[in-house]
Design a protein. Structure first.
Lengths: 84, 287
């Protein structure tokens, strides 16, 4: 997996897999929108999210990583921080 | 409201009284205590009584009188399954006899791919979990945290040193990582396929002639991760006998709705064979 990614690349990859896997409209994914509500994440859907992050970004998410992620911008920041 | 409210009835003190009786007088004598207890529940837990009466009368089409009598009997049998569970956990496994239809499917999954076991609040699932700890791989049971609240300490003690692990669904998402780890290790993961909490995603399906809601999560995981799945039941039969069933492991290729429909077909078959062992004490159907 590429170890250096720009924020734009992170956003593109993330939005693409979210649209495909969680069946949401691209238009509903906005930086300030809440991740959980927008994707309608159930308690078990997070398993899928963890696997998708591993697959697309090549690192394993830890339990504490989800703390503080509320909006898509938080999510992008977290991912970018791990792969930049 | 068709959602389960996230709380199972019963207290640690109540269970301890049963455990005391079991040790002192045995299983059958403990069953006798259930006669007044089951009547108490019918009379003083109206929501549960109404839900089970609805199941017998409206869904299984029993006459009012028969439905009422079966409702009382349902509480009685439910009490028996609780006694059986604690008797077996407490080391009285040999007091019971067992037959296991399809155990080879679970052995195959345990030894090779891992998989998802989907049960129901039908029969005595906890008995199955106690018996399945002889499989070669650790055995994970996913439950809502509230479901365990009252019995958590008792469960932890009973499950000590065994290969069973309970994964509680929690707000802190710790369950996500435990489930992922179990997937990675190709372990068996068990879910109930018939309950969801208010606010959780659900899938509607026609069950016994009326729309009912089923949890999205277990079916989503089985479908998404292409894990082999099997439907598992442990049904109580007369004379301290249990009949366990596991369907052949399948990897689902269709939609989640199709997977739920498959589950419902099997569930209906078992409900019709063992009508007294439906233990969802809340309004299960949409109406």
């Amino acid at each position: 997996m590429n170890s250096v990614m720009t924020m734009d690349e992170v956003i593109t990859i993330t939005n693409n897999f979210l649209v495909e896997e969680f069946e949401v409209d691209m238009a509903s994914i906005k930086p300030a929108a809440p991740v959980k509500e927008t994707l309608e994440l159930d308690s078990l859907d997070y398993v899928d999210l963890v696997v998708l992050i591993d697959t697309h970004f090549g690192f394993k998410v830890q339990q504490q990583d989800f703390k503080g992620i509320v909006t898509f911008q938080d999510f992008y920041n977290f991912l970018h921080q791990r792969v930049k | 409201m068709a959602e389960w409210q996230g709380q199972s009835r019963g207290t640690p003190l109540g269970y301890k009284i049963f455990l005391f009786l079991l040790n002192r007088v045995g299983v059958r004598a403990a069953y006798l205590l259930l006669l007044p207890v089951s009547l108490y529940y019918v009379l003083f837990v109206p929501k549960a009584t109404k839900a089970i009466y609805y199941y017998f009368h409206n869904r299984l089409k029993y006459s009012p009188i028969r439905a009422l009598l079966r409702t009382r009997l349902n509480f009685y049998v439910f009490g028996q399954t609780i006694i059986d569970k604690f008797a077996i956990m407490g080391g009285m496994k040999s007091a019971y006899s067992y037959e296991f239809e399809g155990e080879e499917h679970l052995v195959d999954m345990a030894n090779n791919t891992g998989g998802i076991l989907i049960g129901a609040h039908l029969g005595n699932w906890d008995i199955a979990s106690q018996l399945l700890n002889r499989l070669s791989k650790p055995f994970n049971i996913v439950m809502y945290e509230n479901e365990l609240e009252n019995m958590k300490k008792l469960f932890e003690q009973a499950l000590k040193d065994k290969k069973i692990k309970i994964i509680a669904i929690k707000q802190d998402l710790s369950h996500v990582f435990e489930i992922k780890k179990a997937f990675d290790n190709k372990e068996l993961i068990c879910f109930h396929g018939d309950r969801f909490l208010d606010g959780s995603k659900f899938i509607e399906a026609n069950f016994l002639g009326e729309k009912a809601k089923f949890p999205h999560g277990p079916f989503y995981l089985a479908s998404k991760f292409k894990m082999p799945y099997t439907f598992v039941y442990a049904m109580k039969e007369p004379a301290l006998h249990y009949h366990l069933y596991a369907t052949k492991g399948k990897v689902h290729q269709g939609t989640i709705d199709e997977l739920v429909a498959d589950y419902v077909i099997h569930l209906e078959q078992k409900v019709k064979t063992y009508p007294l062992q439906w233990f969802n004490y809340y309004q299960f159907w949409a109406s």
